[in-house]
Design a protein around this ligand. Structure first.
Ligand SMILES: [Cu+2]
Length: 250
């Protein structure tokens, strides 16, 4: 039956390519609008290749992303708005957690020229596995979304996605770590919330990148196919804003 094979074939292709192909979150999402590649997202030179070293400065905004701010536009939005990142490959993301971070340039540095350094990052939201009797279930998609919490004060920020591929060769070669897929959008929160940006006194939840995840964190080497895989802590700090705790997976 033609109808049946036409329905099944793309799915089979999808399942095959999802084992091998990598991807690249280069489209910024605002509600239902999926922008052109690299609009509002700092260009990087990694292509579809993941980052493999959690302690490398490229973890901030990917390779080249610390200096590509001046040629990237800033997207204006309000606290409470829905945003996200999408990639263009015909594959789902690898199984693994996803987290959204917000970074604020230090005083005296404008957003476009900030390289992402310093303890100026907080986690906004995250998504990890749900466990039931059959094991772990992961959200796998082309796109991940989050809400800008209502507390976020007006100002300019880097919005960063960090999706971790946990299916990879660290299980046979412990010197390797999983695949990190990272991108930064430049945003300005116009109508912001009442709270202030966290001070360094909140240091446990205000982090530098790299530094937000330890190299020996067991959660970046979890054996997710093992029958003993029954719990998981999404790497990185706790989410910062209370709004995040309510419904952004924190
Ligand atoms: Cu991969």
């Amino acid at each position: 039956m033609k109808l049946l094979s036409a329905t099944v074939l793309p799915l089979a292709t999808l399942m095959f390519t999802s084992v091998t192909a990598h991807y690249n979150y280069n489209r910024f999402i605002y509600y239902d609008t999926i922008h052109e590649p690299w609009s509002y997202i700092r260009p990087h030179t990694s292509g579809n290749n993941p980052l493999l070293k959690v302690t490398h400065p490229d973890m901030r905004c990917n390779t080249g992303g610390s200096t590509s701010g001046p040629r990237t536009q800033i997207f204006r939005l309000d606290a409470g708005d829905m945003v996200g990142f999408q990639h263009e490959e015909m594959v789902y993301s690898h199984k693994g957690s996803v987290a959204f971070y917000l970074g604020k340039p230090p005083a005296g540095t404008d957003l476009k020229s900030w390289d992402g350094s310093g303890a100026n990052w907080i986690k906004l939201g995250q998504d990890g596995p749900k466990f039931n009797d059959l094991g772990a279930r992961w959200s796998q998609s082309y796109a991940f979304r989050t809400r800008i919490p209502y507390e976020v004060p007006a100002g300019q920020y880097l919005l960063r996605i960090e999706q971790i591929g946990l299916e990879k060769p660290y299980l046979t070669d412990p010197s390797l770590i999983p695949e990190f897929y990272v991108a930064c959008a430049q945003i300005e929160v116009v109508e912001g919330g009442d709270e202030v940006w966290p001070s360094v006194r909140d240091s446990e939840r205000v982090v530098a990148i790299p530094g937000h995840i330890e190299e020996d964190d067991e959660n970046i080497r979890a054996d997710i196919t093992s029958p003993g895989f029954k719990s998981y802590r999404i790497p990185g700090p706790e989410c910062y804003w209370k709004e995040s705790y309510k419904y952004l997976g924190c």
